[in-house]
Design a protein around this ligand. Sequence first.
Ligand code: ADP
Ligand code: MG
Length: 256
Amino acid sequence: MSTPAPTLEVRDLTVRFAGLTALDGIGFTVRPSTVHAVIGPNGAGKSTCFNVLSGVYRATSGSVRFGDEELTGLPAHRIADLGVARTFQNLALPPGATVEDSLMLGRHRLTRTGFVAAGLGLPSAVREEARHRERVREIAAFVGLEDQLARPAGTLPYGQQKLAELARALCMEPKLLLLDEPVAGMTAGERRATAAVVAGVRDSLGISIVLVEHDMGVVMRLADSVTVLDFGRLIADGTPESVQSDPAVVRAYLGE
Ligand code: ADP
Ligand code: MG
């Protein structure tokens, strides 16, 4: 990490779909190099929140500031250029490509000469591509996939495919990483390993993380701060310990 992550400030964010308010004036702050969890029952608005932060959906009103930049209204590629990367709730890697090539896709935004020029053998482009491959290998090692680079991504066990998605997002050298249910569908061992990688992304790489996750053990272990949503409204926020014992949160989960 060269520069520290800017603070993310979400204020009065509202998203309406024909007749349905998916987010109703929510707000939270993600401090640099911290993990902020957004939790809540199904349909609470968590994925909608990610889709607005990453520019997939447009906010109806409200603001999302990332350092000096206002993100609402920017197209997804501009938000990515500002250092915001995301993973999706469901797997999105091209299954036939090798892990290495899948991770190289994450480098495209950062190339100046382009990989086509490298394919044509232009020396500066070949050198640049080699640097990107080196960085891809470092990131693969960071998540523990250094021995899987030559395998087609779709042949990895599910937990490793999810880690490869995380690695691909890291290949964009983000300042802020949006993780949508990173341990969903994983075995207990895979969950522990992934939680350790996410902690390392924060502590060693200094990247800020917004985490949507149903696994409360992972949230309690990783999160520095938590926002709880229910039917699009913010019903609690604070430390993991304080929200866990909040009566409104207990009611929201028991009432599911
Ligand atoms: P969560 O991720 O917390 O389960 P979502 O953000 O996916 O919740 O959904 C919140 C609400 O918004 C749900 O009622 C969902 O049906 C609705 N919703 C999400 N995306 C759309 C969309 N593109 N069009 C219409 N309604 C949507
Ligand atoms: Mg969701």
